[in-house]
Design a protein around this ligand. Structure first.
Ligand SMILES: NC(=O)c1ccc[n+]([C@@H]2O[C@H](COP(=O)([O-])OP(=O)(O)OC[C@H]3O[C@@H](n4cnc5c(N)ncnc54)[C@H](O)[C@@H]3O)[C@@H](O)[C@H]2O)c1
Length: 373
């Protein structure tokens, strides 16, 4: 079987999740190309070596430029904070590598557009990691909507709620720094809800948005008596008009006490409704108006049948899967795309469209007006 040599830049949260996906994918699926975990790259030699041992990488490096210059690397995986996505992805594309990049694509629309132009010019395969599309229940939702089971879609209600910065003593990490992260809850988690909205309902035509920072000063990491300024939003709320005529709301916050990774959407159409919650990711709720009236109601579909998307590769019905499997599914489709020389969705074009929505929400919040895409 042909091999793809992978270089992964960044080795913490997403680095670990992506490493697990590369390790598992050929053990459960049968991709035409099998990934070889060649080089793990980070800035601190001891720590990157320890991570490489733990995750199963052949080699380590501390300078991503050296990694990209290597002729034996086929795929560059960008799992660093947003401020380095553009530089790394553009250099990788110019060197003729396929590029898999974490979300949001860049920290600004201009960066994301330059990234798209670079991968197009180089003719390389590109993909952005909106892994939630590849939860089997979300794929089933897509199938049901595409088949017209819900009729005309009227509402999309996306909420992505977490609580990890609710404590004012939580330190000023990179995700609270605009220079590093681009934005706060908006780019970090609303970006996923926007991707799901585009995937399931269609293009967004107009937005009105509001951004809020509740805690403006936080302890500096390593020096908790000093405080520094939070330069991103803690929460965002958005009204959405889709090109199709559907309307929606997208709410994202990292201040909703008790909500850990509550990535939920509800979609209402002219013939039915469906709802998904990542914290119960093996289930899809479905309501069909065509059911006999005396038994009509939301049903809970356990999306673990061999006939459901991706499930056959895993376990028998009812033997549920988890968060990490969404990355394995994403990497499987990336490898299949590379085998065919075609970029799987969501690609950098989707990344740019997503970034334009993020930019429009920021503008709408600033100007207190609706903004067209
Ligand atoms: N798809 C998802 O669900 C999801 C979830 C979390 C994070 N993300 C995205 O993944 C990216 C990384 O987030 P994370 O949570 O893994 O962050 P993290 O802080 O856990 O890890 C970031 C890694 O990047 C490394 N790094 C930073 N700058 C670097 C540089 N210049 N050169 C080499 N390495 C560098 C750090 O050392 C660290 O290993 C972000 O874009 C984030 O938005 C996506």
């Amino acid at each position: 079987m042909a091999t793809v040599n992978v270089a992964l830049i960044g080795y913490q949260f997403m680095g670990k999740a992506h490493s697990n996906a590369y390790r598992q994918v050929s053990r459960f699926f049968s991709p035409k190309l099998t990934p070889r975990m060649k080089v793990l790259c980070g800035r601190t030699p001891d720590r990157v070596r320890a991570a490489a041992r733990e995750y199963g990488w052949d080699e380590t490096a501390t300078d991503w430029r050296e990694v990209i210059a290597r002729s034996d690397i086929d795929l560059v995986d960008v799992s660093t904070p947003g401020d380095s996505h553009a530089e790394i992805a553009i250099a990788a594309a110019r060197a003729g590598k396929a590029v898999f990049c974490e979300k949001p694509l860049g920290n600004t629309v201009a960066e994301a557009e330059r990234m798209l132009a670079a991968v197009k010019k180089a003719g390389v395969v590109h993909m952005i990691c909106h892994n939630y599309r590849r939860a089997p229940a979300v794929m089933l939702a897509k199938e049901l909507i595409s088949r017209g089971e819900l009729g005309d879609i009227r509402h999309y209600r996306g909420t992505y709620l977490q609580d990890w910065i609710a404590d004012p003593k939580f330190p000023l990490v990179w995700r609270l720094d605009r220079k590093k992260a681009g934005s706060g809850a908006l780019g970090d988690i609303a970006a996923h809800s926007i991707d799901l909205a585009r995937f399931l309902v269609g293009e967004i035509a107009e937005v009105a948005g509001d951004l809020k920072t509740f805690i403006r000063q936080r302890p500096v990491p390593g020096n908790p008596r000093r405080k520094g300024r939070v330069t991103v939003d803690d929460a965002s709320t958005t009204l959405v008009r889709f090109a199709s005529g559907a309307i929606g709301t997208i709410e994202a916050t990292r201040m909703a006490l008790g909500r850990k990774n509550y990535n939920r959407f509800e979609i209402n159409g002219s013939r039915g409704s469906l709802a998904f919650d990542l914290e119960r990711m093996n289930e899809l709720e479905l309501y069909l108006e065509s059911d006999p009236q005396n038994v009509r109601g939301f049903r809970r579909i356990l999306v673990t049948e061999g006939t459901h998307p991706y499930v056959k590769a895993w376990w028998p019905p009812g033997h549920i899967i988890g968060y990490e499997h969404t990355f394995t599914h994403t990497v499987f489709d990336l490898l299949e795309g590379m085998a065919r020389g075609r970029s799987p969705k969501p690609d950098f074009e989707d990344g740019v469209r997503n970034q334009r929505v993020l930019g429009a929400i920021e503008k709408a919040a600033r100007t207190r007006r609706w903004v067209s895409l």
